[in-house]
Design a protein around this ligand. Sequence first.
Ligand code: PML
Length: 256
Amino acid sequence: MLYSVKMRSAQGGAHEKGGRHISGAERILPADQLDYAVLTMLHRAQEHERGRADFISLKVEEIKPQDVVYKPLLAFSACKADSAAEGQRTAIEELKRAGVSEEAAKHGLALVNGLTDSMRGAMVVDAESGERIDGMGERGVRASKMDCVNSRGYDEYMQQRGLTGDHVREALVLASKVAGAEGMVAELCWSDDPYYVTGYVASPLYGYRRIPVMKERGNGVGGRIFFVRPGTDMQKLINYMEEQVVMIKPEGVPEC
Ligand code: PML
C-alpha cells in the first residue's frame, strides 16, 4: 500500500489565514518509509532559506492502487549559461524549440520576473497567444500527488548523473508528471530558494533541459509556467495536476 505525505509551512500563520508560504514537499511512499519521510520534511520546514516557519502542516493519506497512473521519467540534459541574462535567453530558445511561440515565451518569462513573491502553484499560459488562462490568481495551479516508483533506485540514477539535492530530485519527477498532461507544450521553472539559481524548461518533445543560471543569487522569488495548446480543457488540466496520483517510472531502474 502507498501513502501520500504532504508538508506545507508558512510564516505569520497558516496559508489560509494570510501566512507567507515558506516551503512545501510531498512524497508517495510505502508504509515502511513513512517515518523517515515525515522527519525529513519536518526538518526541512524548520530550516528553509526563505525564513523561519511558524506554521507547519503534515498530512498522511492512504492511496488506493486503482487511483494511480504511471508515466515515464523525462530524459535529462543540460544547457549552458553563465549569467541570469544568458539563462533567460536560453529558456526562450528552448521554449520556442518545444513549440511555444516567441511572444508567449517572452510573456511567460516576464510573468515570472514580474512576481513580487512566490506562488504555491503555476501560472497556465496559452502557448500561442501568451495569455494567462488559469484564472487562479496568486495561488496558481499546483502539480502534486506524484513521486518515483522506486525512490532508492531513482536516487542512485540521479547520483550517477551528478544530480544531488531535493530541488532537482523533485523537479524532474514533477516535470515528468506535467509533461504527461493533455495539451502540455512546455514548462518553465526556477526556484524561489534565494541561493538556488538553476531552472529548467521541460517538454514532451525534448525532455528536461536544465539551465544552470536563471536569476541573480539572493533573489527569493521563483515561479513556474505551464504552456498549453490553445483550447486545452482547463478543468481537466487542473484535475490532472492537483488530483491525479502519478508515479514516475525511470527507464532502466529496477523496481523494488
Ligand atoms: C523548485 O525547487 O521550486 C524548483 C527547482 C528547480 C530545479 C532545477 C534543477 O536543479 O534542475
